[in-house]
Design a protein around this ligand. Sequence first.
Ligand code: ATP
Length: 447
Amino acid sequence: MVNDLFQKIVSLSKRRGFVFQSSEIYGGFGGAYDFGPLGVELKRNIKKAWWEEMTRGQENIVGLDAAILMTPKVWQASGHLTAGFADELVECKSCHKRFRIEEIKENKCPQCGGKLTKPRKFNLMMKTFIGPVEEKAAKAYLRPETCQGIYVNFENIVNSMRLKIPFGVAQIGKAFRNEINPKDFIYRTREFEQMEMQWFSQPKDAPKYFEYWKKERINWYLNLGIKKENLRVREVPAKERSHYAKRQIDIEYKFPFGWQEIEGVHNRGDFDLSNHSKYSGKDLQYFDEENKKKYFPYIIETSIGVDRSLFAFLADSYLEVKGGRTKTTKSSKETEALLKLHKSLAPIKVAVLPLVKNKPKLVKKAKDVYKTLKSHFVCQYDEVGSIGRRYRRQDEIGTLFCLTVDFDSLKQKDLTIRERDTMKQKRVKIKDLKETIDKILRIRYKA
Ligand code: ATP
């Protein structure tokens, strides 16, 4: 049943244009995925919901968009080039597949049962070369996390925005890790996107803010419709923590393959600012005018993967109704799928459907409605197949409203609006459509 859901999400993702394997026509490229026409809309909506919550829903948080490429000195200061960012790796002597040490249960290959090599450290940084000569001095790295761009800009941000502690900096961007064993669809990939927020406070206040952000982050998922029973918090014990963390919790989601981390909340102490001060020679201490004190602020970080959360939103909203919901003669014996995505996340908000496609007046009317609405909402026009089938196609991708233009529409200048979850239908005047839909969508996702 569990794997069943996993397969269904993977198959729906490909069939309906959410997620494709990278370089598929060449046999695929491990650990990378492409987001299709619906996936890109869903991804944008997730990022928008996070950005709005962090920058407008909270106080004193500003944004940043730092470069992926940075001087390698950053990665020396951050600890990523030393043992801090290495996974322990074993290789199967028979099938040569590599595994992270955490993946090994008994001392044999999980794939073929073969004997394993001794563990060795494997650094996860993706290397590249800058300029025409591939020599050591030109070596650079693709960032493995977005937050370092925030730390090295700490002074720029404080000065340009005249910020006073406590404050936060939010950033969304790509990160790269040379994962040994990318797996579980878009759960663990080599190229992914992160949404990270760094909260700077007086050291003594850090524990209080840790609790605050833990709560706020869980609420973000709940407000976006994730089921409470599919979320939990794991306090990470000292021996498992990242090299910078004084305290760390994982927010875990019950994926189809089990409970796994979706987001981390970390108390990074003054590790980052003090190290960047040491390595750059720039004093990154904050001068607290009120208390006439200079100190390194402590940092509470919230770090979530866009791709992982997209997977969670898909899995959480996927529903099957046996026997059919739409009661069309053909579908009544089949199982119908429904993606009950939150209204702010649904990739398509409105579908416009002429009742039949062989009546030019009806088609024209429907196309006019589509043209008017598509500059306000993400819309789809669909005239292929029976109306029941078209409802089902839209339900399967989570479209919020289906608008059906029928013969009465021509005389009465109205149409039927059908709501996804309740399937309730009512007639609405065409001239009132935008306002009606707007009103429903405008209510903020935060209740
Ligand atoms: P894991 O233990 O699963 O490797 P991590 O503890 O190394 O994750 P962090 O460094 O805390 O992860 O990164 C923060 C977030 O970034 C994670 O919660 C996850 O959502 C996302 N993330 C990290 N690595 C990957 C990856 N390889 N693929 C997709 N998302 C990732």
